[in-house]
Ligand binder design. Structure first.
Ligand SMILES: [Zn+2]
Length: 268
């Protein structure tokens, strides 16, 4: 009888402990971590030399956005592949020994799914993404995938930069190249940073695109989408690595770069 009681008490404790662990994990999405390479603000100031290899970046996530050594193309990570969309509109799989000066990746899992998403403009799509994020907590990070047919989309990439590096908003004035497509199947990979990320990245959404054949892509400037599927990963953990080198350490990263960031994010 005694051992029977002990067994019951034991089982009761196990149930309580398991329930406790479960709640903590659900509250914090501890399996989901956003990994960031350097700051958007350092990239904006011309810190274009890569600090992490593509091969190493893949160990921190399978989905995300970024750029390459010398701003040599837009980075789109999707399903564990890292694509590079370069200045002439073409896309290749980035080699593992290529390096990255700025990126955000996560191991994607769809916590939220919505079907039949329609948006006539990038602003409208961002509103849908933002309201979906708000429903799940506006102060979390989000990685989103919008998959299906883009009725229209304009993406950009840029010419590779040579030293001495100019600030990104200066470089893009002459070196940005834009490409427009209609009725193209693919995936928009979008990152959401909450308002408090002002000094490390930029609050709101940043969208990159890769076509389903992996041949076209870039940083999204405008788009319209029809009956697309939206998946969102709610992320409650953030990690960042920064380069330890002179060019990085001498930069004034307290400078307010909002205006310059806005210039490079949207269509001018
Ligand atoms: Zn971009």
């Amino acid at each position: 009888m005694k051992s029977y009681m002990r067994l019951i008490i034991c089982m009761f404790l196990i149930v309580i402990l398991a329930a406790g662990t479960c709640t903590a994990a659900e509250d914090n999405n501890l399996s989901d971590k956003l990994f960031q390479v350097a700051l958007l603000q350092s990239l904006m100031q011309g810190e274009y030399d890569g600090m992490l290899s593509v091969g190493d970046l893949k160990t921190f996530g399978d989905t995300g956005i970024g750029t390459f050594q010398g701003v040599n193309g837009e980075l789109i990570a999707l399903d564990g592949k890292i694509y590079r969309a370069i200045w002439d509109g073409s896309v290749e799989i980035a080699p593992d020994d290529e390096t990255v000066p700025f990126a955000n990746v996560t191991f994607f899992d769809a916590d939220v799914t919505k079907e039949n998403v329609n948006a006539a403009s990038i602003e409208e799509l961002k509103e849908i993404l933002t309201s979906t994020a708000a429903e799940n907590g506006r102060n979390q990070f989000y990685m989103a995938k919008v998959t299906g047919k883009m009725s229209s989309i304009t993406v950009r990439s840029e010419l590779v930069q040579e030293k001495p590096y100019k600030p990104l908003n200066e470089a893009l004035k002459t070196d940005q190249r834009e490409f427009s497509y209609e009725d193209i199947d693919g995936t928009v990979v979008a990152l959401y940073c909450p308002d408090y990320m002002d000094g490390l990245n930029t609050p709101g959404w940043h969208l990159h695109f890769i076509s389903s054949d992996g041949k076209k892509g870039g940083h999204v400037l405008t788009l319209s989408v029809k009956d697309c599927k939206l998946e969102m990963d709610v992320i409650s953990e953030f990690a960042m690595i920064i380069p330890n080198r002179e060019s990085f350490n001498e930069k004034d990263l307290a400078t307010d770069m909002k205006k310059a960031i806005e210039e490079v994010e949207v269509k001018n």
